[in-house]
Design a protein around this ligand. Structure first.
Ligand code: PMP
Length: 363
């Protein structure tokens, strides 16, 4: 199988597997006081140190969670109290669901943020919490977090960054760019599923969503998922071959365009590994199934979570609503090899030719 669905989950890296196994072989709950508990606690705190170091924060400002859905919800719960929440219209459902009454900040046709609209909204709501993704999971379009950070600081607003798809691919010092907090999820950069983190600026108070046994300095109750946390910490610093991956991405994109595809977010700064391809007149699920039968795994719009093909709110927000049901996402994993380009190009061309032929014949 040719796996081109890295934005749903990246293949587990070797170091992550090793770290998770080592943690599984460590007996004990980090909250226990006996020697086994202390050994588990040591692993947990070493992981926290590593995350803090990579994220330019302090260990006590790292809250481990089950993933980014929880980290985003925790940020909104903790920082959004008494503040109007603003969210981009292309945000992930984990933000949309946690802030259902948020004021929407529109994007332009290329998927980048409408900064004039943001400025106007921050003028109206200077005490807002702005939740913004660093990179879009469907299109790969990057938001200018530095510009958003400057604008929030100028108005006195707080910024929370959903950095899930950017971490490991185009890391930045999110806190230095003005974020009060940011969310990450281990399995999106080669860790194992089940752990994420909310990283905050110095001393930010975090009111927990789950109290339980008072773990994570009272900010997140529940036994932490130690194997997944150990894996997350060890892969944060792994090298990522952005240029090599972007070259394959460009070649795949050019091949798809030659077969009739339209690229969503073309022209905007994007992740090196992501292409959102609409094939006008051909349903996304038809494309997905044809590629699956050719042994290629891609996803349709925002459907990666539920398995069902829903129309993408991301493309609709970009004014591409009519193409939303006809777009697939191709996201290259960190271990993609050159052979993937030819294989994808051939399968896409065959799929497009078959799908478009009946329409051409009847036209
Ligand atoms: N934000 C973005 C941009 C994502 O792509 C995802 C995962 N699809 C999440 C948040 C949620 O991450 P998780 O499912 O690991 O909780």
């Amino acid at each position: 199988m040719l796996y081109l669905d890295a934005n749903a989950t990246e293949p587990v890296r070797h170091a992550a597997r090793e770290a998770a196994l080592a943690a599984m072989n460590t007996l004990g709950n980090p909250s226990s006081t006996h020697a086994a508990g202390r050994a588990a606690r040591k692993l947990l705190e070493e992981a926290r140190e590593a995350v803090a170091q990579h994220c330019h924060s302090r260990p006590q400002d790292v809250v481990f969670t089950s993933g980014a859905t929880e980290a985003n919800a925790l940020a909104i719960h903790a920082l959004g109290v008494g503040r109007p929440v603003l969210t981009g219209t292309t945000e992930h459902d984990s933000i949309r669901a946690a802030a259902p009454d948020a004021v929407p900040v529109p994007v332009l046709v290329d998927g980048t943020l409408d900064f004039a609209a943001l400025n106007a909204l921050l003028t109206m709501h200077p005490d807002a919490l702005l939740c913004l993704m660093a990179a879009n999971n469907e299109t790969g379009v990057l938001h200018d977090i530095a510009a958003a950070g400057r604008l929030c600081a100028a108005h006195g607003a707080l910024l929370h960054v959903d950095a899930v798809q950017a971490i490991g691919r185009c890391n930045q010092d999110w806190l230095a760019l003005g974020a009060a907090s940011f969310a990450l999820s281990g399995h999106k950069f080669g860790g194992v599923m089940g752990a994420g983190a909310l990283v905050t600026r110095k001393g930010l108070e975090i009111n927990p969503l789950m109290r339980g046994g008072g773990q994570e300095l009272g900010r997140r109750g529940g036994t932490p998922p130690l194997p997944a946390i150990a894996a997350l910490a060890v892969v944060l610093g792994e090298p990522y071959e952005a240029e090599r991956i972007a070259a394959y991405r460009d070649a795949m994109e050019a091949a798809a365009i030659a077969s009739g595809a339209v690229v969503m977010g073309a022209g905007a700064p994007r992740l090196p590994n992501t292409i959102c391809l609409a094939l006008p007149g051909v349903r996304a699920d038809t494309q997905l199934i044809a590629l699956d039968m050719a042994g290629i795994a891609v996803s349709a719009g925002s459907a990666c979570s539920s398995g069902k093909v829903t129309s993408s709110h991301v493309l609709a927000a970009m004014g591409q609503g009519e193409l939303a049901g006809q777009a697939i996402r191709v996201s290259l994993p960190w271990d993609v090899t050159e052979g993937a380009v030819e294989r994808f190009a051939a399968a896409y061309a065959t799929m497009a030719k078959r799908a478009l032929r009946p329409q051409a014949a009847s036209a």
